[in-house]
Design a protein. Structure first.
Length: 156
């Protein structure tokens, strides 16, 4: 017995999406990260803003807890607490996503493609709030955060 045509079409489309679209994973390998300096080669103004920010020095605030993976999840760049951090401080890829897939210049010129390849869309206040409050929450020593005001200080 043959499946109706619309079921076969949906199944084929699902298989094509599974094969053609990049997998979205909650973890990334070391090779998936390009590092903040690599981002700064094309985005020097953003790098300058970052270097003056608390994010650039976030790992330094940990003191004796510098090896605690629970702390590094928010104070470093990489896959802590599940894996090892790849960079000290809250670098570009902490917020924008690991960049190996979207870092090439031709990909970055196509915003939709860059997002398909891992660039996080932070264009809306809701997206920024969700990302920022994943670390800046009241269960830490931080005061309640005004995401909009904080974004204005680091906007790039």
């Amino acid at each position: 017995m043959r499946a109706p045509a619309h079921i076969a079409l949906v199944a084929a489309a699902g298989l094509a999406a599974w094969v053609l679209l990049p997998a979205r994973s909650s973890s990334a390998a070391r090779a998936d990260f390009v590092g903040t300096d690599a981002c700064g080669k094309c985005h020097p103004a953003a790098l300058a803003v970052w270097k003056k920010s608390a994010h650039a020095h976030a790992s330094e605030t940990l003191g004796a807890r510098v090896s605690d993976r629970r702390c590094l999840a928010c104070h470093a760049t990489g896959e802590a607490p599940a894996g090892r951090p790849y960079g000290s401080g809250v670098g570009c890829e902490s917020c924008h996503g690991s960049g190996a897939g979207y870092a090439p210049e031709d990909v970055m010129r196509d915003g939709a493609l860059a997002q398909q390849l891992g660039l996080r869309d932070l264009s809306t206040p809701a997206a920024r709030r969700a990302l920022c409050t994943s670390c800046h929450r009241t269960s830490t020593r931080l005061q309640p955060m005004d995401v909009d005001a904080a974004w204005a200080r680091i906007a790039h």
